[in-house]
Each structure stands twice: as structure tokens, then as C-alpha cells.
Design a protein around this ligand. Structure first.
Ligand code: PLP
Length: 399
């Protein structure tokens, strides 16, 4: 039995005031079953051994912590990077994708249903489906399919069906709606493989569990590499999975400041950013209660960020809770600052970061500029930037 504290989820799926299951009674029954099976399977010896083996030999874990020697020198602080960019498929998303695929297999399901925005989650889920031997349907907005066509090709290559979504803005929010609807029709044989710590209980709990490997590794590695825990742990927040994954390793170390970086996009106006904690209000969408960007009338707003992986109008319930109780702080970085950090890390350290991760890097640099020389800053480098090169070249050119 897990011991309960202010950071753990309740039996009904709440982190403090946030989370829950705002869905039909029929689905509630199914989701409760998934929760029960997950809680049984997650500690099963064979399951843990199989997942660990795949994380190690297939995904490449543990990902190292790298002491960013050039940035540290330049800004006179100690900057460390948790290298999730080195994982197979290029980001942290393989961590929960492998977990979800194995879980579905153990539960006797034959298909994974997923949504994707930039295509990163879709590629990771298609990869895990190919490995484990499951069918895979990925719902993707038509606009995103055009913007992210290399990822569409990858998913198809891996054997997944990519299903275009033509409603509304034809991006991530509508893709979530469509995949959720498909799952409601197919739940007897399929499992919903959500891409972040969002959605109704038990999905945030499941994704959180599989992403916590980041923080578990990072805590031990910091003690090895730096000799002590970091003063700050920084991660970008879209739905919130890479950040929860790393935060969880340090939640009980009250002296470690946890900082989530939300995308400020083009600015503070509704529709120009995706900073759900900074500019959102309490609401309900996609089956859970959390902080959402919404207009005066409570309609959920369109989210925007230069990093497609961050443009979701809400945030995982645990972040809303950590914000409310003050255990984590949520700051913002805009498009320009993120792009500057993208180039800075590339040129200074020889690491091209994902535009999502560049938000965390930007805030880490900002902090380093004001910090004492021996301040230790750990940044979660959630993914690599290969996927962003076309976009950067088209929009900005070679710096
Ligand atoms: C998807 C993605 C994110 C955002 O998702 P979270 O659930 O907030 O982690 C961040 N970084 C990369 C590289 C991604 O692919």
C-alpha cells in the first residue's frame, strides 16, 4: 500500500481539489476497472521486470545527467541537464508509451487509441505498439498533419493508422475529443493511451507512474554527479508529464525548488499563449477538473505556443494542486525567449533541444544569471530538436 500524503492521489482520483472523473456512469465503471487492474499490475514482479528491461535495452535508460560545462562557466552557476532527449524516439514520451502498451497487453486489449498534437506522442505510441504487438489508431488534427508531416510518415512506417480530425481548429484539442469518442465505442477491446498527465482518473495517475522514472533516476544521479541535491529543478509544462516525472523525485525534499515553465507564446492575451496555470481559471474539460484557459463565459480558449507539444489549454491536475499548495512555482517563457535558448544551447553545448524543452532551458539561464556561483540548477531536457529544424529554418533561418 502506498502511504498517503499531500502529494498522492485519493482513491477517487483527486489531487487536493483537482482531477476526478467527469464522465458517464458507464465509462466510470470501465475506468474504475482500469484503475484497479493498473494498481494490481504496476507492482507485479514480471511486469516490473519486463518494463525495466525494455526501458534499458529498447529506450536507452537510464538517461544520463550532463553537467553543462560551457553554460555553467558562461553564467557562473552550476547547470545540469537530465538528458531525456537521448531516449529512443527523442523524448520522454517513450517512458509512458512503453508502460501503457505493456499494461494494455496484460489487460488483454488488442489496440491502443491515442491522440497526438505535434506527433511526438503518436510516434512513441506507434513505436510501443509495434514492439508489443498491438494495433494502433492515432487521431491527429488535419492542420497538425500538414505541419508535422515527417511524424505522420513515421507513424505509418511503424504500422499505425493515422486518422485525420477535421473539426474546429483541427489541432490537439479536437484530436483529444475524437480519440476519446473512439475509445468510448471500443473500450472493450482497446485501451486509451493518453499522451500526458491529463484526462479523467486513472489516466493522470498511470502516466505519472511511468514518468516518475525520470525523477527517481535524477535524484540519485545528482547525488553522484554533483554531490548534493539541486537547488532548483526546472521543466517545461504542456500537459505536465515530463515535469511531474522529474518533480516526483524531489517532492519530499522541501529545500529543492520546483519550477514549471509554461509557454507565454506571443503574449498574455487569451489565445496567444498556453500558460494554463498563470492565466487560466478552474474548470472542467476532457473529463477532469483543473486549470484551463477560458473566456469570461467559461468557454475553453484556443491555446498557442511556438512549441506544438505545449499548446494544450489545460494542465494536469497534480500541477494545479502543487500550485495551490505552493510546493511548485509556475513561471512563463515566451516564443522569442525559447527560440533564443534553442540556439544558445545548440551553439554553446552542442545539444539541439526540442522547442518545448527550450522553454525550460530559457528559464534555467535566466535563473543562472541572478544566482550565486554554487547554485545548482537541474533542467529536464525533455526532448531533442530534430523535429523542429524545418520549422526553425523556415521561420527564422540560420542564426
Ligand atoms: C510532448 C512534449 C512535451 C510536453 O508534454 P508534457 O506532458 O508537458 O511533458 C514537452 N517536451 C517534449 C519534447 C515533448 O515531446
Amino acid at each position: 500500500m502506498q502511504t498517503m500524503n499531500k502529494y498522492t492521489i485519493s482513491k477517487e482520483g483527486f489531487y487536493g481539489n483537482f482531477g476526478g472523473q467527469f464522465i458517464s456512469e458507464d465509462l466510470k465503471k470501465e475506468y474504475t476497472k482500469i484503475a484497479e487492474e493498473f494498481l494490481k499490475i504496476k507492482d507485479d514482479k514480471d511486469f516490473v521486470a519486463e518494463l525495466d528491461e525494455l526501458l534499458k535495452t529498447f529506450a536507452g535508460r537510464p538517461s544520463p545527467i550532463y553537467y553543462a560545462r560551457n553554460l555553467s562557466k558562461k553564467y557562473n552557476a552550476e547547470i545540469y541537464l537530465k538528458r531525456e532527449d537521448l531516449n529512443h524516439t527523442g523524448s520522454h514520451k517513450i517512458n509512458h508509451s512503453l508502460g501503457e502498451a505493456l499494461l494494455a497487453k496484460k489487460m488483454g486489449k488488442t489496440k491502443l487509441i491515442a491522440e497526438t498534437g505535434a506527433g511526438q506522442h503518436g510516434v512513441a505510441i506507434a513505436t510501443a505498439s509495434a514492439l508489443v504487438g498491438l494495433d494502433c489508431d492515432v487521431y491527429m488534427g488535419e492542420v497538425d498533419m500538414i505541419k508535422e508531416s515527417p511524424n505522420v510518415s513515421r507513424m505509418k512506417m511503424l504500422g499505425a493508422n493515422v486518422i485525420p480530425v477535421t473539426e474546429g481548429t483541427k489541432t490537439l484539442k479536437e484530436a483529444v475529443d475524437a480519440s476519446f469518442k473512439a475509445y468510448c465505442n471500443e473500450y472493450k477491446t482497446a485501451m486509451y493511451a493518453i499522451g500526458s498527465v491529463v484526462g479523467p482518473h486513472p489516466f493522470p495517475m498511470i502516466v505519472e507512474h511511468f514518468q516518475s522514472v525520470i525523477g527517481r533516476e535524477a535524484r540519485g544521479q545528482m547525488l553522484d554527479v554533483a554531490g548534493e541535491l539541486p537547488n532548483y529543478v526546472i521543466a517545461c509544462v504542456g500537459g505536465g508529464s515530463n515535469s511531474i516525472g522529474i518533480f516526483n523525485g524531489f517532492l519530499n525534499d522541501e529545500n529543492v525548488s520546483l519550477i514549471g515553465v509554461e509557454p507565454l507564446g506571443k503574449g498574455e492575451k487569451l489565445g496567444d499563449n498556453a500558460a494554463s496555470i498563470n492565466f487560466g481559471r478552474v474548470g472542467e474539460l476532457h473529463g477532469f477538473k483543473s486549470m484551463f484557459l477560458q473566456d469570461e463565459a467559461g468557454n475553453v480558449a484556443n491555446a498557442y505556443s511556438v512549441a506544438s507539444g505545449l499548446d494544450y489549454p489545460g494542465v494536469g491536475p497534480k500541477h494545479a494542486h502543487l500550485n495551490e499548495i505552493g510546493r511548485a512555482n509556475y513561471v512563463t517563457i515566451d516564443d522569442k525567449e525559447a527560440i533564443d535558448a534553442f540556439f544558445e544551447l545548440s551553439k554553446t553545448e552542442g545539444i539541439i533541444p526540442a522547442l518545448e524543452s527550450s522553454h525550460a532551458v530559457a528559464y534555467g539561464i535566466k535563473l543562472a544569471k541572478q544566482a550565486d556561483k554554487d547554485t545548482k540548477i537541474l533542467i529536464n531536457l525533455s526532448g531533442r530538436g530534430d523535429k523542429d529544424l524545418d520549422f526553425i529554418l523556415k521561420k527564422i533561418g540560420n542564426h
